[in-house]
Design a protein around this ligand. Structure first.
Ligand code: GAP
Length: 509
């Protein structure tokens, strides 16, 4: 399914709505509907259980979104959490200078790919690698792209706004809206949203909405360590909202201004951070594979430019409908954050290591994943259109969301065969009442049974349970599997264990 169809499906089936839509929406903010909130909660639960419940030495935290403003001075966000901003003078539209240059590179890449596809059609025994390395026009374009990429990376690393502006001029980049090449200077734009304390006027009362959840963990490091008597290495996990005033916010829930992070800081002895970095890289990749994300859609990408706090960093990228993009980051953050808080607050952020009888500031390996991006990865991977046999033997197409049953919003649908037969609806409601304590179930009696099956397929319900006249006779029902379409007759008393066996999250760990 293409990206537009996925977005439309999310709205039609109650997964995601544009925020405040009746006022034409607010860009880059979205609301999760009834099925969306279930799926999102299941993703969070999968993360929390695999991090906190499965690890004896990882504990949870729920820190406040608002923090003392000095937090963001110490963390470097006040001074360094910037994107390069440029305005077009004619359209008055704002852009990220680096994104304009990246889009320019993507156009060159598009031309290369077009030439490759043309040649593929022309030659029977087409050797793509050979063609790319020998075709004069492609070699020239590739060299141009490499040079642009290097110049962009250098300018970003050095914070060289003048060169970013020069690049936009050198490549003659025009505004996509007005077509004009009249640009303002490129300047740094801080991505933090600010707000004001009610009882303190002016700069002193200026607060920020947290741009990452991690700092709530750092400032609580000793509170958690002492209250839970943890020894190194140990981790603190947190799920919560983060806010970034993104200049370019596009691609649906991929880049939002208000989003949710699932972060874990693992505190280790200095010198052991690389072995833990390797451990978390593998562990996190396996977490993605276990939920059914195909290996071919996952890859590691080492950071070209390390953030101000890191000595090693890698992204787990996922192949979204718009290409491979960052889904999760694993960062070796050294002792940067704890030391910075220690310096600014004047409070010791040290751990006493009884094994060596010494105090020191631990190093940190962080895993950080956006819950919304994880949601998008699951939806875009699961949503499919396929041809299936109909009840009358003909073929028809169905839209089915093949989510892993453990995170599916609804675990089973209870469907009386006919709506106006009280003996069926009464029994169906009894079955629903029996199962609702264990699973999120749906009762549906409206429309023909085939249409009800399709509705459940479209939201990814693993099982449909149909109550018919035999049920009244012998207490058996049919249970239909979403993926195989096989229908099996089972006794009502067996339903709970059957649904549980299919949807139990613990099979993933
Ligand atoms: N504490 C480290 C940190 O925040 P990050 O790479 O800036 O690192 C971590 O963000 C994750 O948060 C990303 O991998 C992504 O999944 C998610 N994320 C970041 N910005 C986002 C945005 N604007 N919208 C949705 N998700 C975002």
């Amino acid at each position: 399914m293409d990206f537009k169809q996925i977005i439309a499906h999310c709205k039609e089936y109650g997964f995601i709505f544009p925020s405040s839509e009746i006022y034409d929406g607010l860009s880059a903010t979205y609301d999760y509907g009834p099925n969306g909130v279930e799926l999102k909660n299941n993703i969070k639960s999968y993360w929390w259980k695999s991090m906190v419940q499965m690890h004896q030495h990882i504990v949870g935290l729920d820190a406040a979104i608002l923090m003392h403003p000095k937090t963001w001075k110490a963390s470097g966000h006040v001074d360094a959490f910037n994107d390069p901003l440029v305005d077009n003078k004619d359209s008055k539209k704002r852009y990220r200078a680096d994104v304009l240059i990246e889009d320019y590179m993507a156009k060159i890449e598009g031309k290369i790919n077009k030439d490759v596809e043309k040649a593929r059609k022309k030659f029977d025994d087409f050797d793509e690698a050979m063609f790319r390395s020998t075709n004069g026009r492609i070699v020239e374009r590739q060299a141009k792209m490499d040079a642009i990429a290097k110049r962009l990376a250098d300018a970003m690393r050095n914070g060289d706004m003048a060169d970013l502006k020069q690049q936009i001029e050198d490549y003659e980049i025009a505004c996509p809206v007005s077509g004009s090449k009249e640009w303002t200077e490129v300047r740094q734009f801080n991505l933090m949203f600010s707000t004001q304390l009610g009882n303190v006027a002016g700069e002193e009362g200026k607060l920020y909405l947290r741009p990452e959840t991690a700092q709530g963990i750092f400032v609580n490091f000793l509170n958690v360590q002492k209250s839970t008597r943890q020894k190194l290495p140990f981790g603190i996990a947190q799920v919560g909202k983060a806010f970034r005033n993104e200049i370019v916010a596009r691609q649906f829930i991929f880049r939002m201004r208000e989003f949710e992070q699932m972060e874990m800081q693992f505190f280790v002895k200095p010198g052991t951070e690389m072995e833990w970095y390797k451990y978390w890289k593998e562990t996190r990749l396996n977490w993605h594979k276990a939920i059914g994300s195909p290996e071919s859609k996952l890859r590691f990408h080492d950071h070209d430019n390390l953030a101000h706090y890191a000595n090693a960093a890698v992204d787990i990228e996922f192949e979204f409908p718009f290409g491979f993009k960052e889904l999760e980051g694993i960062h070796s953050r050294t002792d940067f954050d704890l030391k910075a808080h220690q310096d600014l607050s004047g409070k010791k952020m040290q751990y006493f290591d009884p094994e060596v009888n010494e105090n020191y500031v631990p190093y940190v390996v962080e895993t950080s994943i956006g819950c919304d991006r994880m949601f998008l990865s699951q939806i875009s991977n699961a949503l499919q259109e396929e041809t299936v046999p109909d009840a009358d033997g003909k073929e028809s197409t169905r839209v089915v969301m093949k989510l892993h049953p453990a995170i599916a919003p609804v675990k089973c649908a209870i469907l009386p065969l006919l709506k106006n037969k009280e003996e069926l609806t009464k029994t169906a409601k009894e079955v629903y009442d029996k199962l609702k304590y264990s699973f999120n179930c749906q009762y549906d009696e409206k429309d023909a049974i085939g249409r009800r099956y399709r509705r459940q397929d479209a939201i990814g319900t693993p099982y449909c349970i149909t109550i018919d006249f035999d049920t009244v006779e012998n207490q058996t029902v049919t249970i239909r599997d979403r993926d195989t379409l096989q229908q099996e007759r089972v006794h009502i008393d067996e339903l709970k264990s059957k649904v549980f066996a299919k949807t139990d999250m613990s099979t993933l760990f």
